[in-house]
Design a protein around this ligand. Structure first.
Ligand SMILES: Nc1nc2c(ncn2[C@@H]2O[C@H](COP(=O)(O)OP(=O)(O)OP(=O)(O)O)[C@@H](O)[C@H]2O)c(=O)[nH]1
Ligand SMILES: [Mg+2]
Ligand SMILES: [Zn+2]
Length: 220
């Protein structure tokens, strides 16, 4: 196959997946559901923060969850323990979710009007930045154990995200992490980025995070 044909085929595949993402976005909007795509490197604390958020917002916002992992249903079980509707997607060899996976996952997941859909992406700071899942926005998470320069080293994710959540702030006394420097790196890439610093363990910063979430829903 010549190079031009390969490029054309890749464009056709991409435009098909973009159409699916647009369909997912329209279906969620029609149901009044605010969808957030959570990305981070493996183990930054996505599932832990989602579990705590679901529990703390009970009665204020119904939340359904799509869990993306290469293998296992560990995270879906943790979410299910809160009572929230959840569906696990195993991507197997793929290192990210795509809109077709989300579209088919949504066929098996109950959503609530006026509520949220949380999509936990596969732990990976690189290619999930390039995939539109039909979400309202991407939320990138970064734990204090990972180093303050991550926004500078993985800029695309921090450019396409609208919110950055710095996690595990309870560990700050034990690690070298310059919060102001991290925010400076992130805002150099994305001046509009909203930033929250939280600990799902102690609850520090969670009220601000919940306030922002609820304002996103109320603005939608
Ligand atoms: N000290 C501390 N540990 C945390 C916090 N949040 C999460 N952890 C720990 O970090 C580890 C990873 O947390 P997960 O919530 O599984 O992270 P994840 O981003 O969902 O991981 P993947 O789905 O595998 O990418 C677990 O051992 C958690 O207990 C926190 O706020 N403080
Ligand atoms: Mg997880
Ligand atoms: Zn990937």
């Amino acid at each position: 196959m010549n190079e031009r044909r390969v490029v054309e085929m890749r464009e056709r595949v991409l435009s098909k997946i973009d159409q699916i993402a647009a369909g997912v976005r329209a279906a969620l909007a029609a149901q009044g559901v605010t969808a957030l795509n959570f990305t981070s490197s493996p183990g930054s604390g996505k599932t832990t923060l989602l579990v705590r958020t679901i529990s703390d917002l009970k009665g204020r916002a119904p939340i359904s969850v799509l869990e993306g992992d290469q293998e296992t249903d560990h995270d879906a079980k943790r979410i299910a323990a809160t009572g929230a509707p959840v569906l696990q997607i195993n991507t197997l060899s793929s290192c990210h979710l795509d809109a077709a996976m989300v579209e088919s996952g949504l066929r098996g997941l109950a959503l609530s009007p006026g509520g949220f859909l949380f999509i936990e992406n596969v732990g990976n700071l690189v290619c999930p930045a390039s995939y539109d899942l039909g979400e309202a926005m991407k939320v990138v998470m970064l734990s204090v154990t990972e180093g303050a320069d991550k926004p500078a080293k993985y800029p695309k994710m921090f450019r396409v995200a609208r919110v950055m959540v710095i996690t595990k702030t309870d560990l700050l006394p034990h690690v070298e992490f310059d919060m102001a420097e991290c925010v400076r790196f992130a805002r150099a890439i994305n001046p509009q980025l909203a930033v929250f610093a939280v600990s799902a363990k102690t609850g520090e910063g969670l009220d601000e995070w919940y306030g922002h979430l609820l304002s996103l829903r109320d603005r939608a």
